[in-house]
Design a protein around this ligand. Structure first.
Ligand code: ZN
Ligand code: ZN
Ligand code: ZN
Length: 368
């Protein structure tokens, strides 16, 4: 996605305004972070000084900005919104409160720093604060064509990194060395930031969020590699493949076969109208039938966009029906403490005719 157009900013702000009455919210307050970037294209740096977008039910919106950030705000796609600048000795919370004197229920973004939440609370003693997340999630969960194109580019970029991973894996190298090389490749593939690099070899594979360690890779290790970064437009990649250095053994290969089937079945099942819970069940039931249910210790997936983890969450109990345009990971795994682990993860978009996978690098256990 190129820089957001002014019309797109206005359209997203009016959609927020449309949802405010149904959520019982009189004003939405948004500080720098993914929600601000989504609504206005303004990628403001989160700082101790208050920058705050104020959205009212009539879809009018103002931006409260510190004087020294005014030029950055004016250069952003939010430039057309009325700006209220404050200088170092002003009270930005009182300024924000003065823009919405009638508001009784104020939605604050889920990522707002506590210092700001409490500052705004003090400045608006007659208002109740609620989370704006549920309202904003309803918009952000369903991606438009530009966003799907952005996620597709992110998926292709991380695929290029995975294609090069086998050449990095050799017995005698440490997880940290491999992880450093992968971080360089993530940037070389077009990302502007490395969000995470998990190189979990041998028994470390049993810890789903292991990052890297000084463990030396040995012959017979399975290695879970889960990597992701941020593209210049803010959209994220996230893809896991599992590799083996030499033969990881018959038990492992058998379990991996079950996992590969479960992951593929869950991806293929995705369609509009299906619940998030049902997607989780497809993968979980197949692993459970093979005796691996207890080793699958996390949900099947998470939404992705301007954040790596966002709604919708593909988890048991989430009865949210999938809609065309939703994008999320399908990433079942098995984690056998002290022994080994595996995970296969693709980003999938709900298309009009079923699932569209954004990662294409082979899901087979690649033995190097
Ligand atoms: Zn994760
Ligand atoms: Zn993920
Ligand atoms: Zn991942």
């Amino acid at each position: 996605m190129q820089q957001m157009a002014q019309e797109q900013v206005n359209e997203r702000l009016s959609r927020v305004a449309e949802l405010m009455p149904t959520e019982g919210i009189d004003a939405v307050l948004i500080t720098p972070g993914p929600d601000l970037r989504y609504l206005t294209g303004y990628d403001a740096v989160p700082l101790e000084r208050l920058t705050c977008l104020v959205v009212r039910p009539d879809a009018s919106a103002d931006l409260v900005v510190p004087r020294l950030e005014a030029l950055a705000a004016a250069a952003s796609p939010a430039a057309h919104l009325p700006r209220h600048t404050w200088t170092e000795t002003d009270d930005p919370f009182a300024l924000t409160a003065s823009l919405i004197p009638e508001a009784r229920v104020v939605g604050v973004d889920d990522h707002m720093w506590a210092a700001k939440v409490l500052g705004l609370r003090t400045a608006m003693p007659g208002a109740v604060q609620v989370l704006a997340g549920p309202l904003l999630d309803r918009l952000r969960m369903v991606k438009d064509a530009d966003e799907i194109a952005a996620l597709t580019r992110a998926g292709a970029a991380i695929d290029r990194v995975h294609e090069q991973v086998p050449s990095l894996l050799r017995p005698g190298r440490t997880e940290r060395e491999v992880g450093g090389d992968i971080a360089d490749l993530i940037l070389a593939a077009g990302h502007v930031a490395v969000d995470f690099v998990i190189v979990a070899s041998g028994p470390n594979g049993a810890s789903p969020h292991h990052e890297v360690s000084d463990r030396v890779i040995e012959v017979g290790d399975a290695i879970v590699i889960d990597i992701g970064g941020t593209m210049p437009d803010g959209y994220r990649s996230d893809c896991t493949r599992t590799y083996a250095v030499g033969d990881p053994g018959a038990l492992y290969r058998e379990r991996y076969g079950v996992l590969q089937h479960a992951q593929d079945a869950a991806v293929q099942a995705v369609h509009a109208g299906m619940t998030c819970s049902a997607v989780d069940a497809v993968a979980r039931d197949l692993l459970t039938d093979a005796g691996l249910g207890d080793l699958f210790v996390h949900r099947t997936g998470h939404g992705i966009g301007l954040q790596t983890h966002e709604a919708p969450y593909i988890v048991s109990g989430n009865d949210l029906p999938l809609e065309v345009g939703m994008a999320f990971s399908v990433e079942p795994g098995f984690y056998d403490e002290g022994r080994h682990g595996a995970r296969i993860e693709d980003i999938v978009v709900v298309g009009p005719h079923g699932p569209v996978a954004l990662n294409h690098v082979t899901r087979d256990l690649v033995m190097v």
